[in-house]
Design a protein around this ligand. Sequence first.
Ligand code: HEC
Length: 436
Amino acid sequence: MNSSGILGVWTKPKMRKTIAIILSVAALGLNGRAENKVDFAKSVQGIFEARCIDCHGSKKQKGDLRLDSQETALAEVIKPGKSGESELYKHISLPADHEDIMPPKGDPLTKEQIATIKQWIDEGANWPKELVLISAKDRAAAEAAANKLPEPEIKEAPVSDAEKAAIAKLAAGEGIGEKFGAPLVMALAQNTQLIYANFRLVGKDVRDEHLAPLADIQNLSELDLGNTQITAEGLKHISKANNLTKLSLANTSVDDAGLKHIEGLANLMSLNLYNTKVTDAGLASLKNMKFLRKVYAWQSGVTEQGAAELSKALPNVDVNLGFKLAKVEPKKEEKKEVKKAEVKQVAFNKKCPVSGKDVDAAKLFAINFCCGNCLGDFTKDPTKHIAKVKEPDNKKCPISGKDIDASKQFVIGFCCGNCLGDFTKDPAKHIAKVQK
Ligand code: HEC
C-alpha cells in the first residue's frame, strides 16, 4: 500500500493550491480582503476530522448524518450563507451541558472554532467537491502505514545507445563461456524499459569482467548473479544502478567488501545473500537502503545480532536467517555416542523433485504452518495449496494465515542449490513431483 492509495481521496497538493488561488481571487472580488475569508481546507477540515468524522464519516453515520463530503454535509445540516438555519451550527453552539451538543463527547469546540465554522457557513460554505474527509485517527493510521512501507520511486531512463549496445552484448553472451549460452536480459514486463537480467543460467562461466556492460544499463531493475564466479570487485559495475530493486548474490563468494560497492543502491528492496561470505559487518553497509524489505542471509556469516542491528536502522527489513532445523532423535543404540544433540535437517522426500537425484540435507525448502491440521491438509494435497507459498521459511501459515508454529514444517529437499533455486522461483511448477 502506498500513501496515494490510502489517501487517494485527498486532493493532490497541487490541486489544493489551485483551489486556494481560486478561492482568494473570489474573496478579493467580494470584499477585497482575501486574508479574512475562511479557507475550508486550512481552517475547517481539521476541526471536522478531529471532532466529527469518527461518528459522521464512512465508518459510522450517527443520527444518519455524514459530514465527510461536501455533497452529504451540504445536503442537510449546512445551509450555505445561513449559519442560523444550519443544524450543524446550531448543534455546535449549544450550551456545553445541553444534551444535543456536538460533539457529544469531550470538550465542546472552542469559541474560535465555532466562530470559524460560523463565518465559513456565512461566506457560502465553500467546500471543494473532491475533498473527502477522513477522521484524524484514520488519517494518522493511514499515514503511519504509508510511512512504514515506503515504495521507491523508480524513474525509467530513456534508453541510451550505450544501454542498447550493452544489452545486445550481454544477450549475445559475448566473451562468456561458449558452452552455456548467454545471460537472460529482457524487459521486466510489457510497456516498460526496466530490465531483468539473469546470469545464474550461465553461472560458473560468469566472472567479474563480464558484468562491465551492466554499468551502461540504467534501467536495470532486477539482477540475478546467483551461482556465478563473481567477487566483490564485480559489484563495482553496478554501484550506480539506481533503479535496481532486486539483487541476488546467492551462492557467490561475495563478501563484506562487495556490499561496500553497492551501499549506494538507494532503491534496493530485496537482496539475496544466501551462501555468501557476508558477515554482520557487511550487513551494516545496507543501513541507508531505506526501501530494503527482504534480506536472505541463511548460510552466510550473518548472525541474529547483525540482523537485529540492521533492523534498528531499517525497521521494515526482514532478515531471513533460515529456518529452525528439525531435530532427528538419535536411535537408542547410538545415543551414547551422540553426546551433543546432533541437529540434522530432514526432508519429506528422498529424491530431488527437479533432478530426481538424492537429496542433499543442506538444500532444503521449508514451509511453515500454524498447526498440525494445516500441515496435514498441505501434506494431503500440496498442489492445492502451493500457490499460497511465496518463499521458504514463511512467517504466516499459507492455509490459515495465522502465525506459524516452528515445529509444524513441511520440508522439501533438493540435490543442489540450482534445483532449490528453480523450485523457489516457481514452486507450483515442480510441486507435483514431490513424493515421499
Ligand atoms: C461520539 C460520536 C459523535 C461525534 C464525535 C459527533 N457526533 Fe454528531 N451526532 C452523534 C449522534 C449519536 C447523533 C444523533 C443524536 C440524536 O439523534 O439524538 C448526532 C447528530 C448530529 C447532528 C444532528 C443531525 C440531524 O439530522 O439533526 C448534527 C448536525 C451533528 N451530529 C453534527 C456533529 C458535528 C458538527 C460534530 C463535530 C463537531 C459531531 N456531530 C460529532 C454523534 C456524534
